[in-house]
Design a protein around this ligand. Sequence first.
Ligand code: HEC
Ligand code: HEC
Ligand code: HEC
Length: 408
Amino acid sequence: MIRSLLRAVVPLLAFAAGAQAQTPDPAVERGRYLAVAGNCVSCHTQESGQKFAGGLAFETPFGTLYSTNITPDPGTGIGKWSEADFVRALRTGVRPNGEHLYPAFPYTAFTKVTDADAHALFVYLKSLAPVNAPAPENKMHFPYNQRWALGMWKTLFFTEGRFVGDKSKPAQWNRGAYLVQALAHCDACHAPRNFLGAESSDLVMSGGEYTAAVPGGEQKVWSTPNLTSAPTGLKSWSVQDITDYLKTGRNAFTETYGPMNEVILNSTRNLSDSDVQAMAVYLKSLPASKPESVSKPSAEVMQAGETVYNVQCGTCHLPTGLGNQDENSGARLADSPIVQASNPASLINTIIYGPPLPNPPLPKRWKPMEGFGDKLEDDEIAALSTFLRATWGNNASAVTAAQVAKQR
Ligand code: HEC
Ligand code: HEC
Ligand code: HEC
């Protein structure tokens, strides 16, 4: 009797276990994909640390901040958090104990995430293996080490609210807008910030700053280019060029390097073709930001810069600045958004240190560019940068030797 009961029950149990292994909660898989879109892993993982266990340092003008452990460890992670706790943190930057979170955690963008997506993210994070890893203590300067003061910051600069689509636009545009604004948080880096570290809403996507390591490990400012359709931004990139860049790390003009490596390798490259294309369609639709007033550099500086260019750079980037696909050539510098970014920091970093390439590398196309920091003096790099920013139709302000010295 018992035996026959077992015979009946055991396969049932096996079936139940098998069914569970084969069809996990679909929200887990959906959450995994959304976590890729939000690039949670890049910020919540230290070099050679466990994924999502936090501890990565962020250098801000206000001090050093560490990301936290978002695995479901009960002591050091979010193991004791309810779904409501998590959703509140994601959307309003508040911890279960009421403490405010720093906006280095881009809840200014994540506030736009839909209910269904916030739920899936939570289910996914809860499905991870818990890692016991306390976050290091932050080293923020006074008064920025006062979390209560963030409440005032939020009153001034943070508006909670879900993504609002535009019914007059096609579904693809709306999908792209949602991904770019809510999860991919492009504007967390690509919008200018005011003196209190808030994104400037009237200049969204016209270019800002991000602090990250340069080759050698030192933390330096990188400027982010204008992603609107301005001639100093993405005017010359087609929807296909933007899609290629985000999906493969390269397009006809350039390849990824520097802080974009993580964005592309950990996030956009792993999104579906249709999602990346939707993002490109939305980006391409951004109206051009207002042109800045730019003073014309002296003929003398232009001549000095051109001479450096012809000796050091022209063999690869060509005298026309157009580059090409030849193995010995390089990226296009004419109408490059990086060359023309209002803040020349990334252009200067590229010249001093060479472009830090992605790891693992992309399939070989061009011979890598080396840094010129040892070969060129500050005033030579300043003249060269000034020349690049004012020739071949490029139109951006002159660069001083002091700006170069700051990036060394
Ligand atoms: C640009 C970097 C960055 C990205 C991207 C990012 N985070 Fe964070 N996150 C942080 C930092 C830094 C903190 C710590 C903030 C603080 O201490 O005030 C944090 C804090 C958190 C917290 C609060 C944890 C606690 O213990 O209070 C949660 C939850 C969280 N992040 C979830 C996520 C999720 C989910 C994603 C992806 C959808 C994500 N983060 C993407 C940087 C980031
Ligand atoms: C963590 C900060 C950060 C985030 C997030 C970020 N960017 Fe960037 N982006 C940069 C920096 C810094 C540069 C300039 C240096 C470089 O290319 O890495 C840049 C450069 C670019 C360029 C110009 C590349 C070239 O070589 O001309 C494009 C296009 C771009 N980003 C698009 C995006 C899009 C689209 C998103 C959102 C999916 C995004 N970025 C998110 C920091 C960021
Ligand atoms: C050996 C060939 C070579 C030389 C010499 C060279 N470059 Fe490059 N450069 C490249 C390649 C290849 C890239 C693309 C980098 C990548 O793979 O991300 C590049 C990228 C760039 C970029 C980034 C453009 C963008 O929009 O993404 C700038 C700016 C740049 N180079 C400026 C210079 C300057 C200025 C010099 C001279 C001081 C110079 N390069 C010398 C090969 C070269």
